[in-house]
Design a protein around this ligand. Structure first.
Ligand code: ZN
Length: 257
C-alpha cells in the first residue's frame, strides 16, 4: 500500500459542498475542486480543538486545498485547507442560505465527476454574488442565479422554439411544459397534462429574462408571481436534473415567502 509520502499532493481551489462529522475527531467533506472536479475527502482530526482546519471546513466556504489523491480510491485525504472566502454572510439570510445550499446540492447531484473549471468558476461567481447582493434585490436575483446554474449544467429550457417539435412559437401568452422542458407551440400545447401551465406574455418575458440572466434585478414581483416562477424552476429541476427527487434546499427555498 502506498503511504501518503509516496504521493505528491495536489493543490487546488475548492469549495466545501457538504461536511459531516466522522468518528470522534474527523470530518468527511465533499468538495467542488477546480482541478479535480467533485471529490470526497477525509480531514483527519478536523474536530479536535486545536485542529489545523479550525472552523474552516464549513459548507460553502472556499479555500486552497491540499489533497492526496489516489484514483482507485473514493475517499481522498485532505491535508490542508487554507480558506480564501468563508462566506459567513450566507448564514445570516435564510433565503441566501437556501439558494446557496441549492447550488451546492445541484453540484453534488448533477455536476460531472471530472474537472470542469467553467462550472467551478460559475459556482464561485454565483456564491460571491449571493454574498454581495442587497436583500431587496434577492427575489429576482435568486431566480436568475438558479437558472444560471441550470444552464451551466447543460439543461437550458427550450424558449425559442417548441420544446416538442421545434416549430415556431405563437406570440403573446404561451404554454410551458415542465415534462417537455420548455414552451410549446399551438399544435403541441392542448392536453399536455397537469405540469403544463399557460404563461401570460409578461411572465413569458420574465422567464426569458430569468433564464438569460438579463433585465432588471431590482424589480419587485408580487408574492403570487414570485411563487409561480419559483415553482416552475423547482419542478423543472426535479424533472430534468434530479430524476424526480426534489432537492431539499430547493424545496425549502420554494417554501419561503
Ligand atoms: Zn410543437
Amino acid at each position: 500500500m502506498l503511504s501518503l509520502i509516496d504521493m505528491a499532493p495536489v493543490h487546488t481551489a475548492a469549495i466545501v459542498l457538504h461536511s459531516i462529522r466522522y468518528g470522534e475527531t474527523s470530518k468527511i467533506v465533499r468538495l467542488a475542486t477546480r482541478e479535480l472536479g467533485i471529490q470526497s475527502a477525509i480531514a483527519k482530526g478536523a474536530m479536535r480543538e486545536k485542529s489545523r482546519f479550525g472552523a474552516k471546513l464549513q459548507t460553502l466556504s472556499q479555500g486552497m486545498a491540499q489533497l492526496y489523491v489516489k484514483s482507485t480510491r473514493e475517499l481522498q485525504t485532505l491535508a490542508e485547507f487554507e480558506p480564501t472566502k468563508l462566506r459567513r454572510e450566507l448564514a445570516t439570510d435564510i433565503t441566501k442560505y437556501a439558494v446557496a445550499e441549492s447550488l451546492a446540492e445541484l453540484m453534488l447531484r448533477v455536476a460531472p465527476a471530472e474537472a470542469n473549471t467553467e462550472l467551478f468558476d460559475q459556482l464561485e461567481t454565483d456564491l460571491d454574488e449571493l454574498v454581495a447582493i442587497d436583500t431587496e434585490h434577492l427575489q429576482v436575483s435568486a431566480l436568475m442565479i438558479l437558472w444560471n446554474a441550470v444552464n451551466a449544467l447543460g439543461f437550458t429550457p427550450a424558449l425559442k422554439l417548441c420544446a416538442r417539435d421545434g416549430r415556431e412559437l405563437p406570440s403573446g401568452s404561451v404554454a410551458f411544459s415542465v415534462d417537455d422542458g420548455g414552451f410549446l407551440c399551438k399544435r403541441c400545447s392542448p392536453g399536455r397534462g397537469a405540469r403544463t401551465s399557460r404563461l401570460p406574455e409578461e411572465d413569458r418575458v420574465l422567464l426569458e429574462q430569468l433564464v438569460a440572466g438579463v433585465g432588471d434585478r431590482s424589480q419587485k414581483l408580487s408574492a403570487k408571481r414570485n411563487a409561480a416562477h419559483k415553482r416552475l424552476l423547482a419542478r423543472f429541476v426535479t424533472c430534468h436534473l434530479t430524476e424526480g427527487t426534489p432537492l431539499k434546499a430547493l424545496s425549502y427555498w420554494e417554501s419561503l415567502g
